[in-house]
Design a binder for this molecule. Structure first.
Ligand code: ZN
Ligand code: ZN
Length: 633
């Protein structure tokens, strides 16, 4: 056997009973793959896999030696006989590069079987290692595209992952310092990016754009100011899919980065949806996007996914764990354990430490934390939101006043990912309990696709929504929702009272702006803001009451629209923590960090929150500026 696995193959050989007939040990990114000639000997001891994973402290996958795989067509038949028909198997795909059979099913639990018994039968009978994927209850072109490309690119991906795995396992010298550099999103909202550096490694956490501006000096992180060669980065870690956190990642691939991206599976899918759309939206506005779609595809081929709570080696000295952030589907807080106890840090990303219909509140328990980076979107003293119940009541009251009393139409601009699904749940519940709500709710743009992606990951949602999706009663598929094609819009605007949900949430483009143009002159209509409006956004101008709205016309020229429709803002739906929730998070986080940095908020909010944290909790808290560097250890 070769010694490219830094001694791991020897350890495996010591634990494995000889009758398993070890043929080779390989890396696939952070995972260890063990190939055996006699897989049934391995499965005769149920504790073996746990024992090996415990010793190696890595995720271990067991596969049959390629020579002992059953021919694909025969194996397909065998899978058909083993898996019960109620599982709703949609496709069975063999991927020889990984010795895997990918089984897509409506009910993955039934393919897995009790305690994994069905999976075990499949590998014992066919040799192929089963990988189970859930079919979303609503069709999703994004998910279908990602799954197809993973199979198509399997050979290239295999090469990439084994090279990455060797790098992660290579011997290293001990680091004696850790440093952070603020590259974007500090004292502002947009273009989030944070560099974490040791003598051995450079990791980038988030790499976003500010989509509300086309000025490169304000839109993109300060990557150039750092003398940072992109090919020196050891990994890019993504908190969540929103463009202000992930929108600039493909640019890294355009200019020399070829390494891994780490994120949760839903973040991967939502990123693909939002990034492809971003390139389209920017191109349509007559501006050249900072990268092309081919760079997004390259990025996809480099993504390594991890669920919440899986401790993963990402460099020889760094362990990464994602924790729930409660903000959008798949959103995570990043925990890094650097240099065997040298330093531990947590980056909250965008975070909700409070009630939402979709997600559990952000985690506050970590194994160790010395430095905390906390978002500050609503960190100002005045940023106290109303309780959710009250927000729901106000939203429905303002909607009912317009559609029922005044016979007007309501436009709600929403982020396609996050706020739209939360508002859909409020409307759906209200319709169930109020028969007088018999107005159509039109869903435009990417909201439908984003909702479909939610149905592929019920385990990331609150228990009651999870149950509804699993029992084929998904709230996103309620009959009150009608999906819209672009050519339907004029009919809707000229038609009966209704509610329209359309992106983008800050009116920076997308269908919401088209509706605004059509609906603005009618005083019976109403625009209701339910989400954050950043300083540079058109949404902020409209929200402040401007009667003249500057909108880009079809000819690409700026035109001014006179607004007669009324404007309302209902707060309390945010996927961000309000001031109380941020302070509560600090009071509840365990263990208490030694140092806090505030970020992702207007300058005054970051300063205000840092000041309050120092005063209340006696923790060293500050609000760094972009380009600030600080030694953490
Ligand atoms: Zn976000
Ligand atoms: Zn954000």
């Amino acid at each position: 056997m070769t010694t490219t696995t830094n001694g791991i193959d020897k350890k495996v050989a010591e634990i494995l009973p000889a009758e398993c007939q070890l043929s080779k040990v390989e890396f696939e990114g952070p995972d260890v793959i063990i190939y055996l000639k006699n897989i049934s000997a391995f499965y005769s001891d149920d504790n073996l896999i746990r024992k090996i994973a415990g010793v190696l402290k890595k995720r271990v996958l067991i596969r049959s030696d390629p020579a002992s795989l059953m021919p694909a067509e025969e194996a397909r038949k065998a899978v058909g006989e083993i898996v019960v028909p109620e599982a709703g198997v949609q496709s069975v795909t063999f991927v020889p590069d990984f010795c895997e059979v990918i089984i897509e099913a409506l009910k993955p639990g039934l393919v897995i079987g009790k305690g994994g018994s069905t999976l075990k039968s499949i590998i014992l009978k066919t040799g192929w290692a089963p990988k189970i994927l859930r079919t979303p209850t609503m069709p999703s072109a994004t998910i279908a595209g990602i799954r197809t490309s993973m199979v198509k690119e399997a050979d290239k991906r295999k090469k990439f992952l084994s090279a990455l795995g060797k790098k992660i396992c290579s011997p290293t010298t001990k680091s004696d310092w850790v440093k952070m550099t603020a590259l974007g999103g500090f004292r502002e909202v947009g273009r989030m990016s944070l560099l974490i550096q040791t003598p051995n490694n450079k990791l980038l956490i988030d790499c976003g754009v500010n989509a509300e501006t086309n000025d490169p000096a304000k839109a993109y992180p300060y990557l150039n100011a750092m003398n940072l060669a992109l090919d020196e980065l050891d990994g890019v870690l993504v908190t969540h899919a929103h463009l202000d956190h992930a929108g600039f990642i493909p640019y890294l691939y355009k200019y020399g980065y070829d390494g891994p991206i780490y994120c949760t599976p839903p973040t991967r899918d939502l990123m693909m949806l939002l990034l492809f759309d971003y390139v389209d939206v920017v191109s349509k506005s007559g501006v050249t996007p900072p990268y092309d779609k081919k760079h997004i595809r390259k990025m996809l081929s480099r993504i390594v996914v991890r669920d919440y709570g899986e401790v993963t080696d990402i460099t020889p000295e760094t362990k990464l764990t994602f924790h729930n952030a409660g903000h959008i589907l798949g959103s995570s807080q990043i925990h890094l354990h650097i240099g065997e106890g040298l330093h531990n840090l947590v980056v909250t990303g965008d975070m909700k430490f409070g009630f939402t219909r979709l997600f559990s509140p952000a985690d506050v328990i970590f194994p160790r934390v010395e430095t905390l980076f906390i978002e500050s979107t609503y960190g100002g003293r005045e940023d106290i939101m109303v309780q959710r119940q009250e927000a729901d009541r106000r939203l429905m009251a303002t909607i009912m006043k317009t559609v029922s009393e005044e016979k007007g139409k309501v436009l709600i601009p929403v982020f396609s990912v996050g706020r739209s699904q939360e508002i859909m749940l409020v409307l759906e519940e209200y319709a169930q309990t109020h028969p007088d709500f018999n107005f159509p709710v039109y869903i435009d743009g990417m909201i439908l696709e984003a909702s479909a992606i939610h149905t592929a990951y019920p385990e990331y949602l609150r228990a009651n929504i999870q149950r509804r999706i699993l029992s084929n009663n998904s709230p996103f598929e309620s009959k009150i929702f009608e999906t819209v094609k672009t050519h339907d819009r004029s009919g809707i605007v000229d038609g009966e009272p209704c509610v329209i949900l359309a992106p983008s949430g800050m009116l920076s483009g997308g269908p919401a702006v088209d509706y605004l143009k059509r609906m603005a002159p009618e005083p019976k209509n109403k625009l209701v803001f339910v989400g954050y409006q950043s300083a540079l956004s058109l949404g902020r101008k409209v929200q402040q009451g401007n009667k003249e709205i500057p909108i880009l016309g079809d000819d690409g020229k700026l035109q001014s629209i006179k607004r007669a429709m009324t404007i309302d803002t209902v707060e309390g739906f945010s996927g961000h923590s309000d001031r109380h929730q941020l302070i509560n998070f600090i009071k509840n986080i365990k263990p208490t960090p030694e140092r806090v940095f505030t970020l992702h908020g207007d300058g005054s909010k970051c300063e205000d929150l840092a000041h309050s944290i120092s005063r209340i909790s006696r923790i060293d808290a500050r609000a760094p500026m972009n380009l600030d560097s600080m030694r953490l250890k």
